[in-house]
Write a protein that binds this ligand. Structure first.
Ligand SMILES: *[C@@H]1O[C@H](CO)[C@@H](O)[C@H](O)[C@H]1NC(C)=O
Length: 518
């Protein structure tokens, strides 16, 4: 009881403190989207087919509601309207992605589609006219289908093909675009795309496909970064980074060294897998990952590790190849050593890690089975990154909350933003973590990958039953706008026209799953 009082007092002190803190003067706020999730016009304007077009058309059973992004939010036709939403929010930047197949319909740089370039030029110019910085993701999962036909990312030659694409982007947009992200979430692209089948192209080469894919991606990223500094930086003066997603992984029992190791192993082999080669002082994959995958591979009868190795030149080329660390973060989990009977008897990243991670049943749930609310995890993660990777500049490139009802009075989303942003304030002011930008996911409800239109992350509601796809601001949009304007979090703020949130009792949805597998 006594310790509970102490904890509550501390918690109260933290909350009160955080409410007093402000975001630094030059701190920037933005919102994010991704091309396939919002653009629609899948076969218009000269665009080529990508792997999400192909998968949703030929294997619609993989999508929860059988839907696709053929029309999505029709953003391809609504540049003016979408930029107006951004102006109304008062954001400093807009993070969006470029559809590779819209620029290069074959995936290769032999044929450049001027209509695609015109579309993004118009968007970029309107943003700049509105004093909103365009922040571009080059690859947010929609690989041109012809490149999948030659193996997709596990084919090491895709690295150079990606660099050709990056070269085109720097050349045509780099006069006005100064903030580039090469890849969004390597783990999702690779592990889910080529090993666990949760993202296109939905292959199931467990223990192999993900590792080959990530290896290509890291080389592609490094080369695209080096190209910018070799040919464009002097003239364009921009920055190039990468966005890597992770939850915070914490020991289930803080007193247990085994659990401590399980948590550290998980974050190293999920997040460090992609972050360590770029942001650590030594470069290359984390040692623990190299050791474990090699040992497992030999046990399994492979002649060498399933994890490919970099040459020394590649390690040096990739190390330091990012001007900022882009972080996508939504949720956290507790980890413990996996019980013997649960160890998979086949090669997989999961078996290589050998840990069991789960969300606390006490945490609030969302519209997504994998997303539970633990704001303190973000602060812990920011500290973890600062300590491991020598205090880099961190840009939070995604953070957000889903529901299924799409309510405009979205108190649960407001709670999420308020409480996660409080942790960002504590990280900045107390822990001296260098966070310079925060990006809310997402500007609007959109095609949520394999969940189709069943899960909504938007701060604007989109009516997908209406051919015009009208957008309506939710309460969370006004709350974010107020935070941007005041640089403060105000829990009592209720925008006009919305009903007050009762912070003790705002949950409406039943928990779906209490335990999430990582
Ligand atoms: C944060 O990083 C930026 C970019 O590297 C740098 O200019 C700035 O001085 C850093 N701020 C702090 C507080 O370390």
């Amino acid at each position: 009881m006594k310790s509970l009082i102490v904890i509550l007092t501390l918690l109260y002190a933290c909350v009160v403190k955080a409410q007093e803190y402000e975001f630094p003067e030059d701190f920037q706020f933005g919102v994010a989207t991704a091309s396939y999730q919002i653009e629609g016009a899948w076969d218009h304007g000269g665009k080529g087919e990508n792997i999400w077009d192909r998968m949703t058309h030929e294997r619609s059973y993989l999508i929860e509601d059988g839907s696709n992004g053929d029309h999505a939010c029709l953003s391809y036709y609504k540049t003016e309207e979408d930029v107006q939403l951004l102006k109304d929010l008062g954001v400093h930047f807009y993070r969006f992605s470029i559809s590779w197949s819209r620029i290069l319909p074959t995936g290769h740089a032999n044929k450049i589609n001027q209509e695609g370039i015109d579309y993004y030029n118009d968007l970029i110019d309107r943003l700049i006219a509105a004093e909103i910085t365009p922040f571009i993701t080059m690859f947010h999962w929609d690989l041109p289908q012809p490149l999948q036909e030659i193996g997709g990312w596990p084919n090491a030659l895709l690295a150079d093909i990606f660099v050709d694409y990056a070269d085109v982007l720097y050349k045509v947009f780099g006069d006005r675009v100064k903030d580039w992200i090469t890849f969004n979430e390597p783990a999702q692209i690779c592990e889910q795309g080529y090993a666990t089948a949760d993202k296109a192209p939905a292959y199931t080469q467990e223990g192999i496909g993900g590792y080959l894919c990530a290896h290509t991606l890291l080389i592609a990223h490094g080369k695209a970064y080096r190209l910018y500094y070799q040919d464009y930086h002097e003239e364009q003066q921009g920055r190039v980074g990468i966005t890597i997603d992770t939850g915070m992984y914490m020991p289930a029992d803080e007193e247990s060294p085994d659990d401590e190791e399980a948590a550290e192993r998980t974050i190293q082999m999920y997040y460090g897998w992609h972050a360590h080669p770029i942001f650590s002082a030594d470069g290359d994959y984390p040692q623990i990952m190299k050791d474990r995958v090699l040992a497992k591979s030999l046990e399994e009868g492979f002649p060498k590790s399933r994890l490919p190795s970099f040459t020394d030149a590649e390690i040096a080329m990739i190390r330091g190849s990012s001007d900022f660390l882009g972080l996508n973060h939504y949720t956290s989990s507790y980890c413990t050593t996996i019980p013997d009977e649960w160890v998979l008897q086949r090669p997989s990243n999961y078996a290589d890690i050998e840990a069991w991670c789960y969300a606390s049943p006490d945490w609030e749930t969302s519209g997504s089975s994998w997303l539970t609310v633990y704001p303190e995890g973000l602060r812990k993660l920011l500290i973890w990154i600062k300590e491991r990777y020598n205090n880099p500049e961190i840009i939070i490139t995604e953070n957000g909350f889903s529901d299924k009802d799409g309510s405009l009075n979205d108190c649960r989303r407001v709670n999420y933003f308020n409480s996660y942003l409080e942790q960002v304030l504590l990280a900045i002011h107390v822990d001296k973590v260098n966070v310079t930008r925060y990006t809310a996911w997402s500007l609007m409800d959109n095609f949520e990958w394999r969940r189709g239109y069943t899960e909504r992350f938007g701060i604007h509601h989109v009516d997908f039953d209406d051919d015009e796809r009208p957008r309506t601001a939710k309460m969370s949009a006004y709350v974010l706008k107020n935070i941007i304007l005041t640089k403060k979090i105000n829990w009592d703020y209720t925008p006009g026209g919305f009903s007050e949130c009762d912070w003790d009792n705002w949950g409406t949805e039943e928990p779906e799953e209490e335990i999430n597998e990582v």
